[in-house]
Each structure stands twice: as C-alpha cells, then as structure tokens.
Design a protein around this ligand. Structure first.
Ligand SMILES: Cc1cc2nc3c(=O)[nH]c(=O)nc-3n(C[C@H](O)[C@H](O)[C@H](O)COP(=O)(O)OP(=O)(O)OC[C@H]3O[C@@H](n4cnc5c(N)ncnc54)[C@H](O)[C@@H]3O)c2cc1C
Length: 380
C-alpha cells in the first residue's frame, strides 16, 4: 500500500484529499492530510468582516468533518522536509515518510516584515485583523483612508480593489463619504497587474473619486505621525491605513532547495510537479507560478494532480488533457452597491472584463454560502 501525504488542510489540500479518496480504493493507498490547524477557513469571507457583513466566528469549519472518512487527519506543523529521504519532520517531533507528497500549505501574511506596519496599519488578511478593522471603521467619522498593496505576490489579487470599492460604498451608506478622502496605492505602474482589467478599475475609481497612487512600493509606516512611506519617496498621511501585508510561503519552505527565499515552491506550470521530482506536487498559494494566489486556482489545479497520482498507483495512463494545468483562474470582483463582475482567464487568455452587475453579485453571494458543500468536498 502506498502512502500519500498532503500538507495543508485548506482549499487545495482538502480538495486533493477528497478527490483521491474518490479515485482510489482504501487498499490502494493511505491518504493523510497534515495541517497545523483543526479548522478550515473560508478566507474570502474575511473581506466582509470589516463592514459588519460577516461574523468572524462563522468563517471556519472542522477540517475533519470536511474530509472523506477514508482520509486520515493529523494536526501538526511541518517543520522540515528532506526530499532525498522522502521524509518530513513535524513540530511535535514526528518523522513522516511518504511515497507521494502534495504540498498545499498556502501563503502567510507577514506584516511584521515592514517597519511600523503592525502598530500603524490594519489589514483583513486574518480574521483577527479584519475584526479590528471592523471596530475602527465603526468608530470612523471621516478623514483620509489609504488602501494599498504592500508587496507582490499576495493572495487574492483583486481583494484590495474589492476592499476599496466596498469601503467606498460603506462610507456612503454611513453618510461620511463626502468628508472622507480615499487613496489606493499599488506597487506597479498601474492600478492592477493584469492590463485588461485596468480600464474597468480606473473607470470605477473615477466615478467614485478614489485617487490612485501607482509606483508605490511600501517602505515603512510611521504610526505616530500616521504617515506611510514608499521606496520611491512618496509620503501619504492617513487616518486609517489598510495595507495588504507582504506574503510568504510556509516557514519550512523559506530558503528550502525546492523553493525560493520566500518559500514559493518551484513548480512546473503544466504538471504541477515540484522541481522535477516524480512523486511531489504543489498547488494553490504555495507555488511560484506567475498566476493568482486564489482558491479557484487551487480548485482547478487539484484534479490535475489527482489524475497523475491515481494513474501512477493504478498503473493507468491519465485521461487525455486531464493531467495538464492550463492556468485556469476565476475571480469575482465585488464592486459594492450590490454589483460584481467576474474575471476568468488562463495562461494564454487574459480576462475579458464586463461592467459589474447584480447577477454576478448574486452569484458571488451564493458561492460564498455554497463553498462548504461544493468545493472542499470536491462535488464540483
Ligand atoms: C480576504 C481574502 C479574500 C479572498 N478572496 C478570494 C476570492 O474571492 N476568490 C478566490 O479564489 N480566492 C480568494 N482568496 C484566496 C484564497 O483564500 C486562497 O488563495 C486559498 O485559500 C489558497 O488555498 P491553499 O490551499 O493554497 O491555502 P490555504 O487555503 O490557505 O490552506 C493552507 C493550509 O496549510 C496549513 N499550513 C500552513 N503551514 C503549515 C505547516 N507548516 N504545516 C502544516 N500545515 C500548514 C494552514 O493552516 C492551512 O490549513 C481570498 C483570500 C483572502 C485573505
């Protein structure tokens, strides 16, 4: 019997585990998920916590209950990976060996890596951070809000844009929009990294009087003076600062020979194999692929890995086309006022962008509720 270890009980790891349990017989392989938390978080819901539209206590569920009963679940933190020995070490002192390994340990927001960030900036990249921001926005009576991206890559590329648009709608509802100035900062030379998306974002910003400050690479935050500084020398005063923190891969991957200094795993863009290792794959946020760190990315990548593992264990050729990832990503952009749009793209086809409408918003709201029943369970 083969041993399959899956690291990370988030979106990617859970889908892979459940798909493997459907595709293999219990006597074919032992499938085990190792995760550092008993809980599975639906992170897109964090976007709504600052506006009082989501309860931080309701965005996580038991990972054990989401997993197929034939999948084992171990709560422990991976602390070391020795690929040459096919071995992992954990924080609890266990040594775990494997025949097949899938790395899905996601990405971690690291606000502490920027001077003054923790004391001076808010963010919505953890449930706690999003809840602190809820209190701050509830008490806010007007002034200057700066929202920005503090480092690329970060998870869910559209989330800071969505936050800005939702905040604008929130301030309007609260009756304090007219006495609030809004500024959006981005490190590159435009407001978003995918060029075809830029005109729609620029038009929304113009309609809503949101000023964009591009080429703003976050250097530091001065919590006393309430000023955020860029490497380019721009200084922006703020009353509330909402920066997307720099992100990194899991600690055990940072500087690992199979990853870069920030822990992004060297992953083949088509097979999702790691550094050419025949029995190791990565998916989701942890890869070094130049695509969105998004749940939908992990969702579309999972079947590609499962097809390869099942084929190897059952000595079957993978079905044509099913063992190759083409870079498919789908993301909604909630633009506030009950409207949203959607981006759907892959390596070769940039997204076509349509004006936000009510139908897309309904779809996004429905997806947020149906996630638990459809996605980790691998129903879709
Ligand atoms: C505010 C916000 C809004 C978002 N909106 C969207 C959206 O609209 N659409 C979309 O597609 N995506 C969205 N995302 C992104 C999406 O949540 C992530 O891209 C997705 O969860 C990535 O899946 P993953 O499996 O790679 O990582 P995760 O789901 O983060 O799972 C990683 C797992 O690994 C575990 N882990 C980490 N380190 C270790 C270790 N050393 N040992 C053991 N276990 C470990 C973690 O506890 C976690 O369970 C959003 C994210 C945020 C924060």
């Amino acid at each position: 019997m083969k041993t399959i270890l899956i690291l990370g009980g988030g979106t990617g790891g859970t889908i892979v585990a459940n798909r493997l349990a459907h595709g293999l017989r219990p006597e074919d392989a032992s499938i085990e998920v190792v995760s550092d938390s008993p809980l599975h978080y639906y992170q897109p819901a964090q976007l709504y916590i600052p506006f009082g539209e989501e309860d931080p206590r309701k965005i996580a569920r038991s990972e054990r209950k989401l997993l197929n009963p034939n999948v084992k679940f171990r709560i422990d933190t991976i602390s070391e990976w020795l690929p040459e020995k096919q071995l992992l070490r954990t924080a609890k002192g266990e040594a775990l060996s494997y025949d097949f390994l899938v790395i899905a340990t996601g990405s971690i927001a690291c606000p502490e890596t920027v001077e003054g960030f923790v004391a001076g900036s808010d963010h919505f990249y953890t449930p706690e951070g999003a809840y602190r921001l809820y209190h701050k926005l509830s008490e806010f009576e007007g002034g200057r809000i700066v929202v920005g991206v503090g480092g690329i890559p970060y998870k869910c590329p559209v989330a800071p844009l969505e936050f800005t648009l939702l905040a604008e709608a929130f301030l309007t509802r609260k009756g304090i929009r007219s006495n609030t100035e809004m500024v959006y900062t981005f490190p590159l030379n435009d407001v978003f990294q995918i060029q075809s998306v830029v005109p729609v974002v620029r038009s929304l910003f113009e309609q809503r009087s949101i000023r964009a400050e591009t080429f703003f690479n976050l250097e530091s935050v001065d919590p006393e003076k309430k000023v955020v500084k860029s490497l380019e020398g721009t200084e922006l005063p703020f009353d509330i600062l909402v920066m997307t923190p720099p992100h990194k891969g899991a600690a055990f991957l940072r500087g690992h020979p199979m990853a870069d200094d920030d822990g992004w795993v060297n992953t083949d863009r088509s097979t999702l194999r790691v550094n050419g290792l025949p029995n190791v794959w990565a998916l989701g946020d942890t890869t070094n692929l130049p695509i969105s760190k998004a749940g939908s990315t992990a969702h579309f990548e999972a079947p590609v890995i499962v097809e390869q593992i099942v084929g190897m264990i059952r000595h079957e050729e993978p079905a044509p086309g099913k063992a190759t990832y083409h870079g498919h990503v789908t993301c909604f952009i909630d633009s506030g006022y009950g409207k949203a749009t959607i981006l759907d793209f892959d390596y070769d086809h940039p997204p076509a962008v349509y004006d936000p409408d009510e139908f897309r918003h309904l779809q996004k709201m429905a997806f947020n509720k149906l996630y638990w029943y459809l996605v980790p369970t691998a129903v879709i």
